[in-house]
Design a protein around this ligand. Structure first.
Ligand code: AMP
Length: 272
C-alpha cells in the first residue's frame, strides 16, 4: 500500500482519500464520486477500527462485506482499496493516541468517551500512510468531521478536508451501515430522526428560537415512535459545537437515538 501511494505521488498525481469502515452504501459512494473531482487518483480505505468502539459496542458484529465493497469501489473508479488487518494498524505494544481537548466532549462523546480518540488516531495514521492531498468525510458524522478538520490543522497536515452532504433513503433516513441491524418495524421507527429534524426546522421557520423548546419538541416526537430512546438531542454552534440557547443564526441540531439495540445519529443545520 505504501508503495502504491508512493508510486502515485512520484508520478506527480494528486491523491484524494476516502477513509471508511466498509459495508458500502450510496453515502460512501457519494464520497468516492466527489473524491474523483478532487484528485488524479482516488484511494479508499476499509478498516473497522477497534480503537473507536467501546467495550460494550458492536465491533465484533459490525457488518463486513469486503468482496462486495471492492466490486462497488471498482464500479465508481477507485484506484486503490487499502484494507489492512487490525494488527497491521495496531502493532503489539501500540501506545500512542491522538486526543483533542474539547471537540470530542459533547454530543456523541458523552456516551462514547473514547470514540473520537480512536477516530483521530486511526485517521492520523491513515493520513501518514496514504499521504493524500484531499480527504473526504460525510457530514452525517458531523462531530467526526469537526474533529478531523481540527486535527488536520493542529497537526499541520497539508491536507484539504472536504465535507460531503448526507445521502438519505427516499423517505429521509440517513444511510448508515448500521441500518442493516434494523427489523422492519425498527426501520419505520428510525424515521424518527429525520422527522424530528424536519419538525425543528419548521418550528424555527415559524419563529421558535428557544433551544430548550426545540429540543423538547424534537425529543417528544422521537419517543412517540415505538422502540426508540433518545441518547441526546442538542443544538450547538456548527463550528465550536458549543451549546446555543437560541437559534438566532444557523445552528446545528445533532441527535443520537436508540432504535431497539441500534444507535443511529443524524443532524441538520437549522436556519432562522
Ligand atoms: P463509515 O464507514 O460509517 O465510517 O463512514 C465512512 C465515511 O462515510 C464517513 O466520512 C462518513 O461520514 C461517511 N458517510 C456515512 N454515511 C453517510 C451518508 N449517509 N451520507 C454521506 N456520507 C456518509
Amino acid at each position: 500500500m505504501l508503495q502504491e501511494a508512493d508510486r502515485l505521488l512520484h508520478e506527480g498525481k494528486t491523491i484524494a482519500f476516502v477513509p471508511t469502515m466498509g459495508c458500502f452504501h450510496d453515502g460512501h459512494l457519494a464520497l468516492m464520486r466527489e473524491g474523483q473531482k478532487h484528485g488524479d487518483a482516488l484511494i479508499v480505505s476499509i478498516f473497522v477500527n477497534p480503537a473507536q468502539f467501546g467495550p460494550t459496542e458492536d465491533f465484533q458484529t459490525y457488518p463486513r462485506e469486503l468482496n462486495q465493497d471492492i466490486r462497488l469501489a471498482e464500479s465508481v473508479g477507485v484506484d486503490v482499496v487499502f484494507a489492512p488487518e487490525a494488527n497491521a494498524m495496531y502493532d503489539r505494544g501500540h501506545e500512542t493516541y491522538v486526543n483533542l481537548e474539547t471537540l470530542p466532549r459533547g454530543l456523541c462523546g458523552l456516551s462514547r468517551p473514547d470514540h473520537f480518540r480512536g477516530v483521530a488516531t486511526v485517521v492520523a495514521k491513515l493520513f501518514n500512510i496514504v499521504k493524500p492531498h484531499v480527504a473526504l468525510f460525510g457530514k452525517k458524522d458531523y462531530q467526526q468531521l469537526a474533529v478531523i478538520r481540527r486535527l488536520a490543522r493542529d497537526l499541520s497536515y497539508d491536507i484539504k478536508v472536504v465535507g460531503v452532504p448526507t445521502v438519505r433513503e427516499a423517505d429521509g433516513l440517513a444511510m448508515s451501515s448500521r441500518n442493516t441491524y434494523l427489523s422492519k418495524e425498527q426501520r419505520r421507527s428510525a424515521l424518527a430522526l429525520y422527522e424530528s429534524l424536519q419538525l425543528a426546522q419548521e418550528l424555527v421557520a415559524q419563529e421558535t428560537k428557544d433551544a430548550g423548546k426545540l429540543i423538547e419538541k424534537a425529543s417528544r416526537l422521537i419517543v412517540s415512535y415505538p422502540d426508540t430512546k433518545v441518547d441526546y438531542v442538542t443544538l450547538c454552534d456548527p463550528d465550536t459545537l458549543e451549546d446555543v440557547e437560541r437559534v438566532d443564526r444557523p445552528s446545528l441540531m445533532a441527535l443520537a437515538v436508540w432504535v431497539g439495540r441500534t444507535r443511529l445519529i443524524d443532524n441538520a443545520i437549522l436556519t432562522p
